[in-house]
Design a protein around this ligand. Structure first.
Ligand SMILES: Cc1cc2nc3c(=O)[nH]c(=O)nc-3n(C[C@H](O)[C@H](O)[C@H](O)COP(=O)(O)O)c2cc1C
Ligand code: SF4
Ligand code: SF4
Length: 260
C-alpha cells in the first residue's frame, strides 16, 4: 500500500474559485499535513521542489485552455514523481482542452497524474446584471470536490501501479485566442483605496503619482477580473461583449466531470 502524509495544494486563482475547489479536494483527502502554494501573485521563478506529497494542481480555464499565466507560474514546480490531482475550473461554458493540457504539463514537470477533475466556478465576467454561474462553486460543488479528494486518496493507497491518466480533450490543443488588449476601468465611485492594486496577479494596476487616480497597463492585463470582484464600491467595471452572450447561452447548470 502507498502511504503519504502530506498534501500540497498548488493554485493560481485570481477570483478564488479554483482555490476553493482545490482546498475542498484537500479537505476530502484529509491528510494530517497540508501545505499551500498560492501562485496567484507570485512572479518568482525559482524552482519549487515537491517530493512525497500528494499534490493538487488547480487553475482556471481561459479560452478552453489552462490560463497561460497559471501554466507559466507552475513551470517552477519539480514533481519528483509525486502523485498529482489535476483540477481545472471553468465558468460553465466549456473547458475544452484545459484538463489534458494540465495533465501533459504535470507529466513534463515530473508528476504522476492520479486523477483529474473539471469543476465549475462563477465566470470571471459574471456581474449581478449578467450572472454567469453566479455563486459557484456552491455547497454541492464543494461536497463533490471533497468526495473526489477522498476517492483520489483511495486510488493512491490501493494502486500498485498508476497507469496513464485519460481525460477529456484534444491533442493538438485548441489554438490560443488572446483577443484584443482590454482591461477594466474605474468609474466615478472609485475612492482610490488601492485594494484592486493589491490583488492584480500581473501588477498591471497602480495609483497615479499624484495619488488621485488608478492607472492600468492594458498590455499587462489578463482580464482575470480579480480587481472588479474585490472592489468594495463596485467602481471597477469590465465591459466585455462576451458577458451578455455567456449569460444567455450558458445558463444551464453544468456539473463536475471526474477522471480516474
Ligand atoms: C480571459 C478569460 C477567459 C475565460 N475563458 C473561459 C472558457 O473558455 N470557458 C469557460 O467556461 N470559462 C472561461 N472563463 C471563466 C473562468 O474559467 C472561471 O470564471 C473560473 O472560475 C475562474 O477561476 P478563478 O476564480 O480561479 O480565477 C474565462 C475567464 C477569463 C478571465
Ligand atoms: S478597489 Fe475600487 S475603489 Fe478601490 S481603488 Fe480600486 S477601483 Fe477604486
Ligand atoms: S487589471 Fe487586469 S490582470 Fe489586473 S486584476 Fe484587473 S483584470 Fe486582472
Amino acid at each position: 500500500m502507498n502511504t503519504l502524509t502530506t498534501t500540497r495544494i498548488v493554485f493560481f486563482s485570481p477570483t478564488h474559485t479554483s482555490e476553493k475547489i482545490a482546498r475542498a479536494v484537500g479537505e476530502g483527502i484529509g491528510m494530517p499535513r497540508r501545505i499551500e502554494t498560492d501562485l496567484t501573485l507570485d512572479e518568482d521563478s525559482s524552482p519549487i521542489e515537491i517530493k512525497d506529497e500528494l499534490t493538487i494542481l488547480a487553475a482556471p480555464v481561459y479560452g478552453g485552455r489552462v490560463a497561460p499565466t497559471a501554466l507559466k507560474r507552475m513551470k517552477r514546480l519539480r514533481g519528483n514523481h509525486s502523485p498529482a490531482i489535476l483540477i481545472v475550473v471553468y465558468g460553465n461554458r466549456d473547458y475544452e482542452d484545459a484538463l489534458i493540457e494540465l495533465r501533459d504539463m504535470a507529466v513534463a514537470l515530473g508528476f504522476i497524474p492520479l486523477a483529474g477533475g473539471a469543476f465549475v466556478g462563477e465566470h470571471s465576467f459574471s456581474t449581478p446584471e449578467l450572472p454567469i454561474a453566479e455563486g459557484r462553486p456552491d455547497e454541492t460543488d464543494l461536497r463533490e470536490a471533497r468526495r473526489f479528494g477522498k476517492e483520489c486518496l483511495e486510488k493512491w493507497e490501493q494502486s500498485a501501479d498508476i497507469t496513464t491518466l485519460s481525460v477529456k480533450g484534444n491533442i493538438p490543443y485548441k489554438a490560443l485566442t488572446p483577443g484584443q488588449p482590454a482591461c477594466p476601468a474605474c468609474n466615478e465611485k472609485c475612492f482610490v483605496c488601492g485594494e484592486c492594486v493589491d490583488v492584480c496577479p500581473t501588477h498591471a494596476i497602480r495609483i497615479s503619482d499624484d495619488g488621485e487616480r488608478i492607472e492600468t497597463d492594458v498590455n499587462r492585463c489578463i482580464k482575470c477580473c480579480a480587481c472588479v470582484k474585490v472592489c468594495p464600491n463596485s467602481a471597477r467595471i469590465f465591459s466585455s461583449p462576451f458577458a451578455a452572450i455567456l449569460h444567455e447561452k450558458f445558463n444551464a447548470r453544468r456539473e463536475p466531470e471526474l477522471f480516474f
